[in-house]
Design a protein around this ligand. Sequence first.
Ligand code: FAD
Length: 412
Amino acid sequence: MSDISTWLENSKQQKLRQLNEDLNVDVAIIGGGITGITAAFLLSKQKKRVVVVDKDGISQGATGWTTAIITQYIDTDLKTLVENYDKKTAQLVWQSGKDALDFIRKTVQKENIDCEFVAVPYYVYATSDHEFDNIKQEFEASQKLTSNLTLSHDNTLPIKAHGVLTLPNQAKFHPVKYVSSLAQEAIKNGVSIYQAEVKEIKDQKVITKSGTIKAKDIIVATHLPFNEPHGLKFKKTKYKTYMLEVKLPTGTLPEACYQDLKSPYHYMRVDKRKGQDRILVGGEDHRRDIPVSEEKSFKALEKYFKNLLPKVKYTITNQWAGSVIETIDGLPYIGAFRDNPHHHYATGFSGNGMTYGTLSAMMLTDKIMGRKNEYEKIYRPDRKPTVSQLASKFADYAKVFLGGVVKNSLSR
Ligand SMILES: Cc1cc2nc3c(=O)[nH]c(=O)nc-3n(C[C@H](O)[C@H](O)[C@H](O)COP(=O)(O)OP(=O)(O)OC[C@H]3O[C@@H](n4cnc5c(N)ncnc54)[C@H](O)[C@@H]3O)c2cc1C
């Protein structure tokens, strides 16, 4: 069994030039994941002079270790969104996710990107009657935002489920192929991409050991901002999430993306393949700073999967773990702080970095081009959470703690 992600294992890695000179450009982007490379792609189309630097290479961070489910159904559930924000904000959050998904869909078509992009339904399934009540509440909350979701109490899926909420026309792709294609396109438009570790940002200078990049605008797209800006210090937490790649008979489950309602939740994507289908199943998340045995977490994930499809013969071909960044109010931080409007941040995507990395690139491009963006206020990094947002996030932390850390630490 391999422990490198299926995406990195099955794609060509692009070797980058080392930075060994000083440069002067319009925009310096730190980080060559989906966020940084999408921003480079977009800004290069606006004729900006752009340099990207990454310490490890393109898609070597979370983007290379993701499940690559692309959905507007974000980890903060609709009921919480509607309760904790006003209706207009909840609607804008919903719409912003759709914009990102549509952008990826259109870009794949327009640029003719070969990245296994498939539009699929997104299923939220209940595994008990109590959970069915929860998805019923989700459905009711969704009616305030969209008429796209449907609810079924019958088990329409070949798993042990007690009802399903369905959101059509979401998607999945091969993230490394997608990001590599955007990088190639950006390079054609004049972008330079270098390998170098950024040590410091000083005013408008990006400082590495082997060269300094002077830029009017700087985008920190390093998943967790490497320079820990003061304004984000206590507003986000790193979680560890686990993933199994499973091969099983073709047609066992419909090709789609799935999640349940546990705390922490489990997520899956099913890929139709010749010979055998592939499922990526993930979950058992816990805070990074709490030591939980990896072995127990992988075992718990397998047990969960086995229980879901008890009669199915499967093989685990791969397993890996990675980080997701949670924020204290359940929405990401995208934008700049007042003290320096030219230092842009994009972090706190939870398990929705395909959607939010893309949205960040779109929003930051607008900002740098001096265009108004309707989502700027919602995601600004200096926003203050309300008491009810904090209370619901802490309740969620507690449930995830009991469900991930405690359960898997005590398991044999
Ligand atoms: C197991 C797992 C499953 C997931 N599933 C999903 C999913 O199904 N759908 C979804 O939408 N999201 C999912 N996510 C989240 C998503 O993968 C991430 O949010 C997203 O990839 C973040 O992209 P990014 O470009 O912001 O960061 P990254 O991809 O991490 O890129 C940041 C880059 O910055 C570079 N860097 C860091 N520090 C420095 C420095 N000092 N100098 C230079 N370079 C630096 C790193 O080398 C890295 O390449 C998942 C994450 C994990 C781990």
